[in-house]
Design a protein around this ligand. Sequence first.
Ligand SMILES: [Zn+2]
Ligand SMILES: [Zn+2]
Length: 136
Amino acid sequence: MTNEEKRQIEIYRKNGYGYKQISNLTKLSLNTIKSFCRRNHLMDADLQELKESSFSCEWCGKSVEQKEHRKRKRFCSDTCRNKWWNSHLDLVKRKANYKIVCPSCNSTFTVYGNANRKFCCHECYIKYRFGGKKDE
Ligand SMILES: [Zn+2]
Ligand SMILES: [Zn+2]
């Protein structure tokens, strides 16, 4: 098990992932993960005290503020989300890919499973919305 894998397991566990889910994500065997968690105090009983609000970015481990009644944010930033997905490309393939041209910077980008996205990043959205273009 690499340090990177250990780090990821810890983040996933603290975010409430089950052993099986983690096994799917890391490609490590269920037993490997369970014994790692046992040795590192990441069993269910150890994690019970963690608050719902204390989720960590699943890429860098930084804590991610959650909005109530919203879908849980898994990453602290788009950068981290992209990095995570890039290292889990086999999971990406199961979802549909859409090539979209950002109307703000005209770059082509790929989104996974969500064809409704318009902009490559939040900055582009802001620029487009509030940057003086009146044609929307
Ligand atoms: Zn992050
Ligand atoms: Zn853009």
